[in-house]
Design a protein around this ligand. Structure first.
Ligand SMILES: C[S@@+](CC[C@H](N)C(=O)[O-])C[C@H]1O[C@@H](n2cnc3c(N)ncnc32)[C@H](O)[C@@H]1O
Length: 192
Protein backbone atom coordinates (compact mmCIF):
# COMPACT_ATOMS: atom_id res chain seq x y z
CA UNK A 1 0.00 0.00 0.00
CA UNK A 2 1.52 3.30 -1.12
CA UNK A 3 2.18 6.29 1.14
CA UNK A 4 4.41 9.23 0.26
CA UNK A 5 6.46 9.53 3.50
CA UNK A 6 9.52 7.54 2.33
CA UNK A 7 9.32 8.98 -1.17
CA UNK A 8 10.03 12.58 -0.16
CA UNK A 9 13.39 14.18 0.78
CA UNK A 10 11.83 15.43 4.04
CA UNK A 11 10.49 11.97 4.96
CA UNK A 12 13.89 10.37 4.25
CA UNK A 13 15.73 12.98 6.37
CA UNK A 14 13.27 12.54 9.25
CA UNK A 15 13.49 8.73 9.11
CA UNK A 16 17.31 8.72 8.96
CA UNK A 17 17.43 10.86 12.14
CA UNK A 18 14.77 8.83 13.93
CA UNK A 19 16.38 5.45 13.18
CA UNK A 20 19.92 6.44 14.22
CA UNK A 21 19.86 4.60 17.55
CA UNK A 22 18.35 1.32 16.31
CA UNK A 23 20.81 -1.57 16.60
CA UNK A 24 19.99 -4.50 14.33
CA UNK A 25 23.10 -6.57 15.04
CA UNK A 26 21.20 -9.20 17.10
CA UNK A 27 18.82 -9.71 14.18
CA UNK A 28 21.69 -10.06 11.71
CA UNK A 29 23.39 -12.57 14.05
CA UNK A 30 20.29 -14.77 13.70
CA UNK A 31 20.58 -14.68 9.91
CA UNK A 32 24.27 -15.62 10.13
CA UNK A 33 23.23 -18.91 11.78
CA UNK A 34 21.49 -19.89 8.54
CA UNK A 35 23.37 -18.19 5.71
CA UNK A 36 27.02 -18.81 4.81
CA UNK A 37 29.56 -15.98 4.75
CA UNK A 38 29.99 -14.37 1.29
CA UNK A 39 26.51 -15.56 0.24
CA UNK A 40 24.69 -13.27 -2.23
CA UNK A 41 22.18 -11.38 -0.11
CA UNK A 42 19.49 -8.94 -1.20
CA UNK A 43 18.30 -6.42 1.35
CA UNK A 44 14.83 -5.01 0.73
CA UNK A 45 13.96 -1.52 1.99
CA UNK A 46 17.53 -0.66 3.03
CA UNK A 47 16.43 2.87 3.98
CA UNK A 48 19.34 4.62 5.76
CA UNK A 49 21.70 1.70 5.01
CA UNK A 50 22.69 0.96 8.61
CA UNK A 51 21.88 -2.75 8.29
CA UNK A 52 23.36 -2.92 4.77
CA UNK A 53 26.72 -1.80 6.14
CA UNK A 54 26.66 -4.51 8.85
CA UNK A 55 25.44 -7.16 6.38
CA UNK A 56 28.23 -6.22 3.96
CA UNK A 57 30.85 -7.19 6.54
CA UNK A 58 29.75 -10.84 6.17
CA UNK A 59 27.78 -11.22 2.97
CA UNK A 60 27.90 -9.96 -0.62
CA UNK A 61 25.05 -7.61 0.15
CA UNK A 62 23.02 -5.78 -2.49
CA UNK A 63 20.85 -3.04 -1.01
CA UNK A 64 17.55 -1.79 -2.42
CA UNK A 65 14.57 0.41 -1.77
CA UNK A 66 11.35 1.33 -3.56
CA UNK A 67 12.05 4.99 -2.73
CA UNK A 68 14.35 6.68 -5.23
CA UNK A 69 15.17 9.23 -2.49
CA UNK A 70 16.54 6.40 -0.32
CA UNK A 71 18.40 4.82 -3.28
CA UNK A 72 20.09 8.18 -3.97
CA UNK A 73 20.91 8.56 -0.26
CA UNK A 74 22.37 5.03 -0.13
CA UNK A 75 24.53 5.54 -3.23
CA UNK A 76 25.78 8.92 -2.01
CA UNK A 77 26.84 7.50 1.36
CA UNK A 78 28.20 4.15 0.10
CA UNK A 79 29.80 4.84 -3.30
CA UNK A 80 31.23 1.31 -3.54
CA UNK A 81 27.91 -0.39 -2.83
CA UNK A 82 25.31 -1.80 -5.22
CA UNK A 83 21.78 -0.50 -4.71
CA UNK A 84 18.68 -1.34 -6.73
CA UNK A 85 15.46 0.62 -7.13
CA UNK A 86 13.20 -2.29 -6.24
CA UNK A 87 9.66 -2.78 -5.00
CA UNK A 88 9.33 -5.60 -2.46
CA UNK A 89 5.98 -6.62 -3.97
CA UNK A 90 7.11 -7.16 -7.56
CA UNK A 91 10.84 -7.92 -6.99
CA UNK A 92 11.46 -7.13 -10.61
CA UNK A 93 15.12 -8.08 -11.04
CA UNK A 94 17.06 -10.62 -13.11
CA UNK A 95 19.59 -11.06 -10.27
CA UNK A 96 19.45 -14.21 -8.11
CA UNK A 97 20.30 -14.49 -4.42
CA UNK A 98 21.05 -16.98 -1.63
CA UNK A 99 19.20 -14.85 0.90
CA UNK A 100 16.76 -11.96 1.28
CA UNK A 101 16.79 -9.70 4.36
CA UNK A 102 14.05 -7.18 5.10
CA UNK A 103 13.99 -5.35 8.44
CA UNK A 104 10.59 -3.69 9.11
CA UNK A 105 9.77 -3.44 5.41
CA UNK A 106 7.24 -6.19 4.63
CA UNK A 107 5.02 -4.61 7.33
CA UNK A 108 4.08 -1.94 4.78
CA UNK A 109 2.46 -4.59 2.55
CA UNK A 110 -1.08 -5.95 2.90
CA UNK A 111 -1.40 -9.71 3.43
CA UNK A 112 -2.23 -10.12 -0.27
CA UNK A 113 0.86 -8.11 -1.24
CA UNK A 114 3.00 -10.21 1.14
CA UNK A 115 1.72 -13.35 -0.62
CA UNK A 116 2.58 -11.87 -4.05
CA UNK A 117 6.00 -10.89 -2.75
CA UNK A 118 6.71 -14.33 -1.27
CA UNK A 119 5.82 -15.97 -4.57
CA UNK A 120 8.34 -13.66 -6.30
CA UNK A 121 10.90 -14.51 -3.59
CA UNK A 122 10.77 -18.12 -4.82
CA UNK A 123 11.86 -16.88 -8.28
CA UNK A 124 14.80 -14.71 -7.18
CA UNK A 125 16.10 -17.13 -4.53
CA UNK A 126 18.56 -19.87 -5.41
CA UNK A 127 17.78 -23.41 -4.29
CA UNK A 128 17.82 -23.62 -0.49
CA UNK A 129 17.72 -19.80 -0.27
CA UNK A 130 16.92 -18.25 3.10
CA UNK A 131 14.86 -15.22 4.11
CA UNK A 132 15.05 -13.12 7.27
CA UNK A 133 12.11 -10.72 7.56
CA UNK A 134 11.05 -8.69 10.60
CA UNK A 135 7.66 -7.24 11.51
CA UNK A 136 6.00 -5.35 14.35
CA UNK A 137 4.21 -7.84 16.57
CA UNK A 138 0.48 -7.35 17.07
CA UNK A 139 -2.91 -7.72 15.47
CA UNK A 140 -4.64 -5.84 12.68
CA UNK A 141 -3.22 -2.82 10.88
CA UNK A 142 -3.09 0.98 11.08
CA UNK A 143 -2.01 4.07 9.19
CA UNK A 144 1.06 5.74 10.78
CA UNK A 145 2.53 8.92 9.23
CA UNK A 146 0.32 8.18 6.25
CA UNK A 147 1.88 4.73 5.88
CA UNK A 148 0.10 1.40 6.11
CA UNK A 149 1.47 -0.82 8.92
CA UNK A 150 0.42 -4.47 8.98
CA UNK A 151 1.00 -6.17 12.36
CA UNK A 152 1.68 -9.91 12.54
CA UNK A 153 1.60 -12.72 15.09
CA UNK A 154 3.56 -16.00 15.11
CA UNK A 155 0.44 -17.73 13.77
CA UNK A 156 -0.28 -15.23 10.98
CA UNK A 157 3.34 -15.39 9.79
CA UNK A 158 3.33 -19.19 9.79
CA UNK A 159 0.15 -19.13 7.69
CA UNK A 160 1.53 -16.56 5.22
CA UNK A 161 4.92 -18.23 4.69
CA UNK A 162 4.24 -21.97 4.86
CA UNK A 163 3.03 -22.33 1.27
CA UNK A 164 6.43 -21.44 -0.22
CA UNK A 165 8.79 -21.69 2.76
CA UNK A 166 9.93 -24.14 5.38
CA UNK A 167 9.77 -22.01 8.51
CA UNK A 168 13.01 -22.42 10.50
CA UNK A 169 12.18 -20.03 13.31
CA UNK A 170 9.77 -17.30 14.33
CA UNK A 171 11.00 -15.37 17.38
CA UNK A 172 9.95 -12.30 19.31
CA UNK A 173 12.55 -9.65 20.06
CA UNK A 174 12.79 -6.09 21.39
CA UNK A 175 13.27 -3.07 19.14
CA UNK A 176 11.94 -0.36 21.49
CA UNK A 177 9.84 -2.35 23.99
CA UNK A 178 9.92 -5.98 25.17
CA UNK A 179 8.47 -8.35 22.54
CA UNK A 180 7.37 -5.56 20.18
CA UNK A 181 8.86 -7.31 17.14
CA UNK A 182 8.93 -10.64 15.33
CA UNK A 183 11.56 -12.16 13.07
CA UNK A 184 10.95 -15.04 10.71
CA UNK A 185 13.75 -17.11 9.20
CA UNK A 186 12.67 -19.57 6.55
CA UNK A 187 14.06 -21.65 3.69
CA UNK A 188 12.48 -21.63 0.24
CA UNK A 189 10.70 -24.85 -0.77
CA UNK A 190 11.27 -25.66 -4.41
CA UNK A 191 10.98 -28.96 -6.22
CA UNK A 192 13.58 -29.36 -8.98
C1 LIG B 1 10.56 1.24 8.57
S1 LIG B 1 11.67 1.56 7.25
C2 LIG B 1 12.97 0.37 7.56
C3 LIG B 1 14.26 0.77 6.91
C4 LIG B 1 15.45 -0.12 7.26
N1 LIG B 1 15.21 -1.49 6.84
C5 LIG B 1 15.73 -0.06 8.73
O1 LIG B 1 15.61 -1.10 9.40
O2 LIG B 1 16.06 1.04 9.21
C6 LIG B 1 10.86 0.88 5.85
C7 LIG B 1 11.70 0.93 4.58
O3 LIG B 1 11.02 0.14 3.60
C8 LIG B 1 10.95 0.86 2.39
N2 LIG B 1 9.74 0.36 1.70
C9 LIG B 1 8.44 0.58 2.03
N3 LIG B 1 7.64 -0.06 1.16
C10 LIG B 1 8.44 -0.73 0.31
C11 LIG B 1 8.22 -1.56 -0.83
N4 LIG B 1 6.98 -1.85 -1.26
N5 LIG B 1 9.28 -2.07 -1.47
C12 LIG B 1 10.56 -1.79 -1.06
N6 LIG B 1 10.83 -0.98 -0.03
C13 LIG B 1 9.79 -0.46 0.65
C14 LIG B 1 10.93 2.32 2.80
O4 LIG B 1 11.33 3.19 1.77
C15 LIG B 1 11.89 2.30 3.97
O5 LIG B 1 13.23 2.42 3.56
Amino acid sequence: MEGTYYLSKEGVEEYVNMAKEVNSEPLIEKLKEHLAPQAMLLELGSGPGTDWRILSQTFTAVGSDYSMEFVKYLKRNNPAGTFLHLDAITLDTFLRFDGVYANKVMQHLTDDEIKRSLEKHTVILNKGGVICHSYWKGEGDEIHKGLFVNYQTEESLQALYEEHFEVLKIETYKEFEEEDSLVIIAKVKREE
